[in-house]
Design a protein around this ligand. Structure first.
Ligand SMILES: [Zn+2]
Length: 196
């Protein structure tokens, strides 16, 4: 299915040449301009795109759309999921987004604005992840690793509190003013890096 061997119009097999032409794909009502790869029949001049080319084109258009709107990519969502060793069900428990929907995002589907914002908050702010993982529904020991990972990623030191997997203290009351400033700086950096 990937490459055409015979021209569907004139049945010529002289269709080896691939070329790039300016094309556009509409993503959520927005025109995305990009170059697509097409196969040209040397005899009748007809151009064709294989199914593989079409899929590749759509994926590239989605990537442009995501970058334009600062929407988390499948790679970023997967990296988050792996970093905290969370299953799709765990992701659903954490974010409130159904595991089937998250699975679709991992396969390239574009999150709607509210889910996109929600994911960005979890992806950018380990403190938020940590706080949510301290909820009773994550009390099972199997989440110790995720909690530890999140607490270690918080870009400020929690005073009089050893960062570990336990939730014995509420760290929000232990941020010094100085560290809070640092935290603000770091977060603004992290947010912009997601859109870059
Ligand atoms: Zn032809």
């Amino acid at each position: 299915m990937s490459t055409l061997k015979i021209c569907p119009v004139c049945a010529s097999d002289n269709i080896v040449k691939e070329t790039s032409k300016k094309d556009f794909v509409e993503i959520k009502g927005e025109k995305i301009e990009l170059y697509s790869t097409v196969t040209v029949c040397q005899d009748c001049g007809e151009t064709f795109a294989s199914l593989k080319d079409e899929m590749e084109l759509i994926n590239r258009a989605r990537e442009i759309y995501r970058n334009r709107h600062g929407i988390p990519s499948p790679g970023q969502i997967l990296e988050f999921k792996n970093r905290y060793r969370l299953s799709l069900r765990d992701m659903e428990k954490l974010t409130g987004i159904s595991f089937k929907t998250i699975d679709r995002y991992l396969k390239g589907s574009i999150p709607d604005p509210s889910n996109s914002t929600l994911l960005k908050i979890f992806l950018n702010f380990p403190y938020v992840v940590y706080k949510f993982l301290c909820d009773e529904k994550f009390s099972s020991e199997k989440y110790n690793f995720s909690r530890k990972k999140a607490s270690e990623a918080i870009p400020f030191k929690i005073i009089s509190y050893k960062t570990d997997a336990s939730c014995s203290m509420n760290p929000v009351y232990h941020i010094s003013q100085e560290n809070e400033k640092k935290w603000t700086k770091t977060t603004s950096y992290t947010t912009s890096s997601l859109t870059a």
